[in-house]
Ligand binder design. Sequence first.
Ligand code: COA
Length: 178
Amino acid sequence: MAYVKEAVAKLVPLSKIEHKAVELLLDAAFGRDRIERTAYKVRAGVAPIASLSFAALGGGELLGTAQSWPVLLKPHHSPAQRLIMVGPVAVRPDAQDHGIGQMLTDAICEELDSRKLSATMIGDPEYYERFFGFVSGPAGGWTLPGPVEPHRILLRAVPGADWPAEGTLGPDILRSAR
Ligand SMILES: CC(C)(COP(=O)(O)OP(=O)(O)OC[C@H]1O[C@@H](n2cnc3c(N)ncnc32)[C@H](O)[C@@H]1OP(=O)(O)O)[C@@H](O)C(=O)NCCC(=O)NCCS
């Protein structure tokens, strides 16, 4: 039976949720082969940023999760630039299409805006452009540590920020999670 939106109680920090429960939800949303995806390689070896990672709870159950990670863009001819990688955003299959993905991503975007942080993600532009201001195109020339369709590399830049059209994206292993 499909989940009903009215039962969604709240967002909480993802750090409040047991790791195993998060992994099971991600398996349900993306499949167990998800860890082979390029997105996982981009932020290999770093911990999620606690203040930019959320869980959606409803009726005492975990319905969705969203994580953010510290990553680094290394342009070919200029110094490395730090940014945030958002994702995965995942909603339990029986709870999808009830606004939970938007709640989770909105919470991250509000925090990004208040801290004036630019972010990238690998995702469907039809969803993330439409609702959240991520843009397909400017980051399409970036190199990632695995295959990716260029139009799925999205960028949500702070107004006025200058992001190079080329560079290699990877984990920011020196940055502590906050
Ligand atoms: C993608 C996902 C996070 C969206 O969250 P959600 O709670 O199901 O969706 P929301 O209720 O916030 O938004 C619903 C709207 O977004 C649209 N939408 C949902 N997923 C979409 C997608 N992948 N691409 C384009 N549009 C999408 C729906 O059609 C709906 O549009 P409507 O309001 O015009 O009917 C969730 O469905 C999910 O976890 N899916 C499995 C993982 C996945 O396929 N991810 C692909 C994106 S990286």
